[in-house]
Ligand binder design. Structure first.
Ligand code: HEC
Length: 152
């Protein structure tokens, strides 16, 4: 290996390390909240009036009369895994990634989610209970387009 390729290699590893370092600082690796209680989560869903704007696929929830709402269905078939982390993120940081399948102007304004920010009112216990309650409603299915799938 000549000096030039050693230098190039060094540069590449420096860039790689630099990139990694940045990600590591904000990494969600190792993040895990304790398990919640799904029944308590259902109660929290109702008393926090999440049903003002949400229905849940396969659940009969009382509607809230007289309130206009962007009805966003939770649960149902999704093509990507609705992970624990994604669900938590969509509750405590709703604008991070908006729900798909809705017109942007219906669910957001200037890129901001139309969902209330509950962070100052919701306890961590309520959060873990809500996620425990919601997650089983998501069913992962294979995407419709299969042209990239290999036989077997
Ligand atoms: C004022 C209406 C409103 C209320 C009340 C509300 N949300 Fe939302 N929520 C929305 C809208 C609009 C979206 C779609 C935009 C987005 O992804 O943030 C959404 C998205 C979500 C998503 C992500 C859905 C997806 O498919 O990506 C979850 C999960 C969720 N809300 C949970 C809750 C929970 C739990 C509560 C109660 C603590 C709640 N929401 C209360 C309006 C609301």
């Amino acid at each position: 290996m000549n000096a030039r390729s050693v230098l190039a290699l060094l540069l590449v590893s420096l860039i790689a390390l630099g990139g990694c370092g940045g990600e590591t600082m904000m990494s969600e690796k190792g993040f895990r909240l304790p398990d919640g209680d799904a029944e308590a989560g259902r109660e929290a869903f109702l008393y926090m009036q999440c049903n003002q704007c949400h229905t849940i696929k396969g659940e009969q929830l009382p509607g809230i009369p007289g309130l206009a709402s962007p009805y966003v269905e939770l649960g149902g078939s999704v093509t990507q895994v609705r992970t624990y982390g994604q669900l938590i993120t969509s509750i405590i940081n709703p604008s991070h990634k908006l729900a798909t399948g809705y017109a942007k102007e219906v669910v957001s304004e200037d890129g901001e989610s139309g969902m209330y920010i509950y962070n100052e009112y919701m306890t961590i216990q309520e959060l873990v209970d809500l996620v425990m309650y919601l997650q089983p409603y998501y069913k992962v299915v294979a995407p419709d387009f299969q042209y990239r799938m290999y036989p077997g």
